[in-house]
Design a protein around this ligand. Structure first.
Ligand code: SF4
Ligand code: SF4
Length: 288
């Protein structure tokens, strides 16, 4: 297949090996829509054929995520089968056999020069045991893996997050917070560039352009996380010879049903604040 060159202004390559997960976090953003289990999974060979088309930069990894990416039956062979010049990040809840992982995937396969860990473990209080999680992370750190712990700053989890931060810091584990996005007790959390995108009501058509390559479990490429999570049609397929990345604005009639991930103001891959995944023409910006 022809090469798929990632545009210079792209900030993220998000590969959702599956939207399935072995946990049930109440605030899970993958369940923001109702399409979380809709997509069939591609086989490991199909993933490798499609992902190995990608031409990226050392500072722009392929981020394997989900759901829980380790639930893909070919997870290890996908990680090991990616072209060696493609860097890999993994977002995981670490509910897998780390000894089997370490026996199969060497540390250098998932490490790169970046201001944060390549393996980012999401810690979810109430769903995961802190001690067991920290023990696994410590073991992988000892073996040379680039791994850290991230927790969603959910307003209902304050004490549990403080405890996780304390324990991780004591053990030399990089601990970070992710902003909680969405509603809690009648308040909307998060900073959004296009707040009307979350209104959950129909708006006039807008034009939207992304800076992310978003690949769903069946290999379909989506304009945005909202399209993926809500089951709206993709714009192409990773394994289709004629698919190429189009950086133009695309018309969208789904504005109002955006996902918080796409329109929040956040840090880019250089950890600089102020980035938004999409640019939208025809939508009111915050403060306007
Ligand atoms: S671990 Fe992540 S994907 Fe799984 S339920 Fe929790 S938030 Fe959702
Ligand atoms: S306007 Fe919203 S729903 Fe439409 S493509 Fe952009 S982010 Fe997605």
């Amino acid at each position: 297949m022809n090469a798929l060159t990632i545009p210079e202004d792209y900030n993220y390559i998000a590969v959702f090996l599956t939207l399935g997960c072995n946990l049930r976090c109440p605030f899970c953003i993958n369940r923001y829509g109702d399409a979380d289990q809709r997509y069939p999974m591609m086989s490991g060979d199909q993933w490798l054929a499609g992902l190995n088309r990608i031409v990226s930069r050392p500072n722009l990894p392929i981020t394997l995520q989900g759901g829980e990416p380790s639930l893909h039956p070919d997870f290890f062979s996908i990680v090991n089968g990616l072209r060696s010049d493609l860097r890999i990040d993994i977002l995981t809840n670490l509910q897998f056999d780390i000894e089997a992982f370490m026996a199969s995937v060497p540390p250098e396969r998932v490490s790169r020069d970046a201001p944060y860990a390549s393996i980012r473990v999401s810690y979810h209080p109430g769903e995961m045991a802190l001690e067991a999680t920290v023990a696994k992370v410590s073991r992988m750190l000892e073996r040379g893996y680039s791994i850290g712990v991230w927790a969603v700053d959910h307003p209902g989890n304050g004490p549990a997050i403080d405890e996780a931060r304390r324990v991780c810091t004591e053990r030399g584990i990089d601990f970070r917070l992710k902003e909680f996005l969405g509603d809690h007790e009648g308040r909307l959390y998060g900073s959004y560039k296009y707040p009307d995108g979350l209104s959950r009501r129909q708006h006039p058509s807008v034009d939207c352009r992304t800076t992310e390559l978003i690949v769903g479990p069946s290999g379909d490429i989506f304009r945005c996380h909202g399209d993926l999570y809500e089951g709206r049609p993709g714009i192409g397929h990773l394994c289709h010879e004629d698919f190429d990345i189009d950086t133009d604005f695309r018309p969208c009639t789904s504005f109002g049903f955006c996902n918080p991930c796409d329109i929040k103001i956040k840090t880019n891959r250089f950890q600089q604040f102020g980035h938004t995944s999409v640019d939208i023409r025809g939508a009111r910006e915050a403060g306007a």
